[in-house]
Design a protein around this ligand. Structure first.
Ligand SMILES: [Zn+2]
Length: 383
């Protein structure tokens, strides 16, 4: 699905003018660079009003590889709160904004509880046609992440584990998910992680690097073992890093890695996201929301207990009572508009970063087409 860039050696010998073209220098292109095919497909058509404002568009449906919850529903809540009704409402709300496919995302908790949630969600999905069509699989983000403050982000330290501690974790998750874990985010510096990356990749999963603090040689080894994407690059990291050489810069520079970005303006300020997208290139980038139950809801407190989140009036979602971001209230249509407005990326390209490209990255079918009206509020599915 993902193509390696053409070997620069093969592009030589096309005439004298090419010899002088420094862009063809083999030293400038990394072997094995990821480049999504979807970028080259001109498959988004737009409608503007007489004043030149964008008011509608048609193209492939939106695909979100990182959704923890939505519209009051939380994939990570206690089992008794994971109801078919809540799931249905969340799916309907996503659909109204043009989202056709997601990976339901489970985050760090006791392994037994994560396993139980996967089983429950598989069961609910089987009973609901809309949920079955939208939830194409699962993204398991944790518990195989850094236990350290900073890279751990808002995940609870007490439930982080290493692949060496839990050698049969992947099998337990896949058995509960009936083989539908598509994306596995982990910290590659953990004991046993590189072997697990090989195993997961061989089993057809996509491995993302996230919530980690890996040194350059481990990042390189992880890529060689099969890792293909940086999970919400820039986030799940230390607040302070060496300014010119750090794991964020190393991953930005590695063309063998695609990257997901949370384009809400809170997780990454837009000027920084613009720099990141120029470094990683739109054709190696996907937009994700990392949405929680507060997404598409009014400001206020959402969720209960340890999962309690405050959606502030500035649009940021914080762990209740703390300044720490804990997921987002971003919707994927708004992510497309944000990137097109603030990051010097065309609307059509931003759309590809939130539709065909994430589908390709996760090995999902080409998303079905949508037609939407567009306003300040975002997309509204037309039909
Ligand atoms: Zn995360």
């Amino acid at each position: 699905m993902m193509r390696a860039r053409a070997d620069p050696e093969q592009q030589r010998g096309r005439g004298a003018e090419d010899v002088a073209d420094i862009s063809r220098c083999p030293l400038t292109a990394a072997a094995g660079a990821i480049m999504f095919a979807g970028m080259n497909q001109q498959n988004v058509s737009i409608t503007k009003d007489q004043a030149g404002r964008l008011i509608g568009a048609a193209g492939p449906g939106l695909v979100d590889l990182q959704v923890n919850g939505y519209f009051g529903f939380d994939f990570n809540s206690p089992l008794e709160q994971i109801t078919g009704e809540g799931l249905r409402r969340a799916c309907e709300a996503m659909r109204r904004r043009g989202v056709v496919t997601i990976l339901a995302t489970l985050t760090t908790d006791a392994v037994s509880r994560m396993v139980a949630r996967l089983s429950r969600l598989v069961e609910l999905r089987r009973e609901d046609e809309l949920a079955a069509s939208i939830i194409a699989g699962f993204h398991v983000e944790g518990p195989l992440i850094s236990p350290n403050d900073g890279p751990r982000g808002a995940h609870p330290a007490e439930y982080t584990v290493t692949p060496a501690d839990e050698p049969d974790l992947l099998e337990r998750f896949q058995a509960a998910a009936e083989g539908m874990v598509r994306l596995l985010t982990l910290a590659p510096e953990l004991p046993g992680a590189l072997e697990l990356i090989e195993k997961a990749t061989a089993a057809g999963m996509v491995v993302g690097l996230g919530h980690h603090e890996a040194p350059p040689e481990i990042i390189d080894s992880a890529v060689r073992a099969g890792a293909r994407v940086c999970t919400h690059l820039g986030n799940g990291s230390h607040a302070m890093l060496p300014r010119l050489d750090n794991y964020v810069q190393r991953q930005l520079a590695d063309d063998r890695l695609a990257a997901g970005f949370i384009a809400d303006g809170h997780h990454i300020p837009f000027p920084t996201l613009k720099n990141f997208l120029r470094a990683k290139q739109p054709q190696r980038s996907v937009l994700v929301t990392d949405a929680v139950a507060a997404a598409d809801m009014p400001p206020g407190r959402h969720g209960v207990g340890r999962r309690s989140r405050q959606l502030d009036t500035d649009g940021a979602v914080r762990l209740a009572g703390t300044p720490y971001l804990a997921g987002s209230a971003l919707t994927l249509d708004r992510a497309v508009l944000n990137v097109a407005r603030h990051c010097d990326v065309s609307f059509e390209t931003a759309w590809a970063m939130a539709s065909t490209q994430p589908a390709e990255l996760a090995g999902l079918p080409e998303p079905g087409g949508i037609t939407v009206d567009i306003s300040e509020e975002g997309f509204q599915l037309r039909q």
